[in-house]
Design a protein around this ligand. Structure first.
Ligand code: ADP
Length: 225
């Protein structure tokens, strides 16, 4: 049933997108703003449906990675573009600082790494204070290391942070810290669990640093080999 939600949701997203791009004529700013909110919510619903589908696959040991050489920049830029509107509703700015070095092509399942980026940015926006800034950066300085070449992506916010006491459980299925429940009662605690499984499916690592009330940085590294 969850799988069946994907096609109608994609249809709704397409319709809203066409209207916003004014393919069917001009609209006043208020009309555009209403449609943009509809699009943001539809995209959020698509992310939730994808998380639930992936959770089901993880539970049945069926989460497979289709690894091919890919461009991490394209994946990140796609996620940033899609989440910018959602962030703007909270007056949160997303800033993506590209790596100074040219990124090598990376063995990855681009659709799944996109889900990782969507989840991490969605969380950073959701747990930001109004007017906050989300910074995304890529560190390719270890890409040429002979022993363990990796590229590391970071998503940082200056939001509510993660309490030290919740550290052990953060990547556990359905886990939500009390401060997150207060800030946004509608979360489900699935996203980070799925994100961790995807990164581990790439033989990568994921970790975070956080200070309650000050902000959080999530980092993941993907191996080049
Ligand atoms: P959800 O956001 O729907 O609750 P997730 O699995 O994505 O589910 O995240 C699990 C929990 O991790 C959140 O409920 C929250 O406690 C914590 N968390 C994740 N990202 C952040 C963040 N950027 N800032 C503060 N807390 C976070």
């Amino acid at each position: 049933a969850t799988h069946q939600l994907r096609t109608p949701l994609a249809g709704i997203r397409w319709s809203l997108d066409m209207l916003i791009k004014k393919n069917f004529g001009e609209m006043n700013p208020e009309q555009v703003s209403v449609l943009e909110k509809g699009l943001v919510n539809t995209e959020r619903m698509i992310r939730i449906v994808n998380d639930i589908l992936n959770l089901d696959k993880i539970d049945n040991d069926q989460l497979k990675m289709a690894i091919t050489p890919g461009d991490l920049n394209v994946v990140i830029e796609g996620a940033v573009t899609d989440l910018t509107q959602q962030a703007a509703i909270k007056e949160v700015r997303i800033e993506y600082r590209k790596s100074d070095a040219t990124l090598p092509s990376l063995p990855m399942d681009a659709d799944k790494i996109r889900m990782v980026m969507d989840n991490l940015i969605d969380n950073a926006v959701k747990y930001s204070k109004d007017g906050g800034v989300v910074h995304i950066s890529v560190d390719a300085s270890k890409a040429t290391s002979s022993s363990n070449p990796v590229v590391t992506v970071s998503v940082s916010d200056d939001g509510i942070g993660i309490p030290e006491s919740d550290k052990e459980e953060m990547f556990t299925k359905f886990y939500r810290a009390p401060n997150a429940r207060r800030q946004d009662p509608n979360g489900n605690g699935i996203g980070l669990f799925v994100v961790k499984s995807i990164i581990e499916g790439h033989h990568g690592n994921i970790w975070y640093e956080s200070k309650e009330g000050k902000g959080t940085s999530f980092h993941f590294s993907l191996p080049l080999r």
